[in-house]
Design a protein around this ligand. Structure first.
Ligand SMILES: [Zn+2]
Length: 474
C-alpha cells in the first residue's frame, strides 16, 4: 500500500498555525494531512495534482453566510453551490433552522461542512419579542437539539429590548451555545449606536458580533470615527468576542412594507434615508428605478442582483416580500477594520466573512488577496483571517491548519487572479476551476443533536464549543 492517497505538488503552502510559508508537497491519506515536505517521491502515491504557481491555505471557513434561511423568494440552499464555487470548505450559517439546514444539504449540498444557528424570529422560533427567561432557555436548548450550534439574534430585523438581548446572550453562555448578534435593539438601532450597547449587553459573557463593517457606514458619526470607536470597543472586550467583517459593497436586506406602505425593517430604512429616499413603498420604488436598490433573484443554481424596471416588477409582484440590496458598505471601513491590530500585533477583528452564501457576494478570498497585493497584510495573515482564526472561533481543532493529522480541507488560490481555483474537503476535491464536484456535506453539531443528526442520515461531526475561541479564549 502506498503512503499517500493523493499528493498536491508544488504549491506555496501557507499555514500560519505552524508559521510555515514555503513551496511544498502536501501528502493526504484517509482524508487527513499525512505530511508536508519539499518533494515527495513519486513511488509513494498513485495520484498527484500539480499545483505549481498556486497557493494552498487550510480550507477557507466562512463565519457568516446564509444557506438555511427562511426566504420565500430564493432557495437559500443554492448558497452551498455558490460558496463551493467561491472556494469555501466550511460555513457557519447565520440564521435559519435545523430542518432547513439538513433539507438543504440533501438537495443542494456541495460537499461543505456546515454549522447553523437558529434565527430568533418572534412568534416563529421564539414565542414573542419579550420572552421570559424560561422561554429563552427552552428556545436555546431546542436550537441545539434540532441541529443548530446556537442562535442568531437579528437585531436589524427582529430586535429585542437591551435587557432581553442580554438575557439571551447570558442563557446561551450558560448552555455553551454559540450566540451571534446582528447589532440592534429596540433601544438603539442597527448601527454604531447598537454597538455602543455591547459592553452592557455582554457583561462578562461571550458573543459573536456580526459584520462589524456594517455599523461603520456613517449613520451616527463620520465613518472613519465610527471605525475608531468600533475598534476601541472590540479592543476593550478582547477575549470575549468573536468578530468578522465582510468586504462586499452591496448589503443584503429585504424590502417588506406594512399595510400603510412603510418599509418595516431598520436596515432598509437606514439605507433609504441615507440617500434621502422616504422609508416607504414609494421611496423604495424610486430607489429601485434610480438603480440604488437592487432585487435579489434566483436563476437556476445562481442568485444575482437585478436592477431597474425588471427589479421593480419583481418587487411589486412579490408584494414587497423580497430580498434586496443597497451599495452601502464602505471599502475604507472594511479596510481599516480588517487591518487593525492591537499593540501586540494581533488583529482586532478575527475573520473576513462574506455575509454571502445565497447572497451574491462571496468575495472574501479575492478581496483579502487584494489586501495582500496592496501590502496591507501578509500571505500568512490572509490565511489566518480566512482559515485559522475562523476554525478557532468555532472550536474546529482539526481545521484551519496543516499539522499532521489535520483534516485535509484545502483551498487553492491563483495568486495572479486572486481567485480560488480548487478546494478539497477531507481530501476530496469539491470544486475545480469553478466546477462543483462535491455533493451533500457534513453537519457540525453539538452533542445535543447527535440523535437528530444520526436520523438525518447525513455525515456529521460533534463539536465542542467549550474548546472554541468564543468560550475558551485564545
Ligand atoms: Zn448576514
Amino acid at each position: 500500500m502506498q503512503r499517500y492517497d493523493l499528493v498536491l505538488r508544488g504549491s506555496r503552502v501557507l499555514d500560519p498555525a505552524n508559521s510555515f510559508d514555503s513551496v511544498s508537497d502536501i501528502g493526504i491519506r484517509a482524508g487527513l494531512v499525512e505530511a508536508i515536505s519539499d518533494r515527495m517521491p513519486e513511488s509513494e502515491t498513485d495520484r498527484s495534482i500539480d499545483l505549481s504557481g498556486l497557493w494552498a491555505i487550510p480550507g477557507q471557513i466562512d463565519t457568516h453566510a446564509h444557506v438555511a434561511g427562511m426566504s420565500r423568494t430564493v432557495d437559500p440552499a443554492i448558497g452551498y453551490r455558490m460558496l463551493a464555487r467561491a472556494g469555501t470548505t466550511t460555513v457557519l450559517d447565520m440564521g435559519g433552522t435545523g430542518d432547513n439546514l439538513i433539507n438543504g444539504l440533501n438537495r443542494k449540498g456541495a460537499g461543505l461542512n456546515v454549522a447553523g444557528l437558529l434565527a430568533l424570529v418572534p412568534g416563529l422560533t421564539i414565542p414573542s419579542d419579550s420572552p421570559s427567561k424560561g422561554e429563552i432557555a427552552t428556545t436555546v436548548s431546542g436550537a441545539l437539539r434540532q441541529g443548530c450550534i446556537g442562535v442568531k439574534i437579528l437585531g436589524g430585523y427582529h430586535p429585542f429590548s437591551s435587557e432581553t438581548t442580554a438575557d439571551i446572550v447570558s442563557e446561551c453562555n450558560q448552555q455553551n451555545a454559540y450566540v451571534a448578534f446582528h447589532i440592534g435593539t429596540k433601544d438603539s438601532g442597527s448601527h454604531l449606536g447598537g454597538l455602543r450597547e455591547i459592553p452592557d449587553i455582554v457583561g462578562d459573557g461571550r458573543l459573536h458580533v456580526c459584520h462589524v463593517n456594517s455599523y461603520c457606514r456613517g449613520v451616527i458619526e463620520r465613518p472613519e470615527e465610527e471605525c475608531v470607536e468600533a475598534i476601541s470597543i472590540m479592543k476593550d472586550m478582547r477575549g470575549q468576542l468573536n468578530t468578522e467583517v465582510y468586504h462586499a459593497i452591496p448589503n443584503g436586506t429585504n424590502g417588506s412594507c406594512d399595510r400603510e406602505g412603510n418599509v418595516i425593517a431598520n436596515v432598509p430604512r437606514n439605507c433609504l434615508q441615507a440617500k434621502n429616499y422616504s422609508p416607504t413603498f414609494d421611496g423604495m420604488k424610486a430607489a429601485i428605478l434610480d438603480g440604488y436598490a437592487s432585487v435579489i433573484q434566483q436563476k437556476g443554481d445562481d442568485i444575482s442582483y437585478v436592477k431597474g424596471s425588471e427589479a421593480l416588477k419583481l418587487y411589486e409582484s412579490s408584494k414587497t416580500r423580497i430580498g434586496m440590496s443597497f451599495p452601502v458598505n464602505l471599502p475604507a471601513s472594511a479596510f481599516s477594520l480588517t487591518t487593525a491590530k492591537n499593540s501586540d500585533g494581533e488583529f482586532i477583528v478575527d475573520a473576513v466573512s462574506t455575509d454571502g452564501g445565497s447572497h451574491p457576494r462571496n468575495i472574501a478570498i479575492q478581496s483579502t488577496m487584494s489586501l495582500v497585493k496592496f501590502g496591507a497584510i501578509s500571505p500568512l495573515e490572509m490565511s489566518k483571517k480566512l482559515s485559522l482564526t475562523p476554525s478557532r472561533m468555532l472550536g474546529l481543532k482539526n481545521k484551519g491548519h496543516f499539522t499532521e493529522g489535520a483534516d485535509a480541507d484545502i483551498t487553492v488560490i491563483d495568486p495572479v487572479s486572486g481567485e480560488p481555483v480548487m478546494s478539497f474537503v477531507a481530501g476530496n476535491a469539491i470544486m475545480a476551476n469553478g466546477k462543483i464536484l462535491g455533493t451533500g456535506g457534513t453537519l457540525l453539531v453539538t452533542s445535543a443533536a447527535e440523535r437528530k443528526a444520526e436520523k438525518s442520515g447525513i455525515p456529521f461531526q460533534v463539536i465542542d464549543l467549550g474548546q472554541s475561541k468564543l468560550y475558551k479564549g485564545f
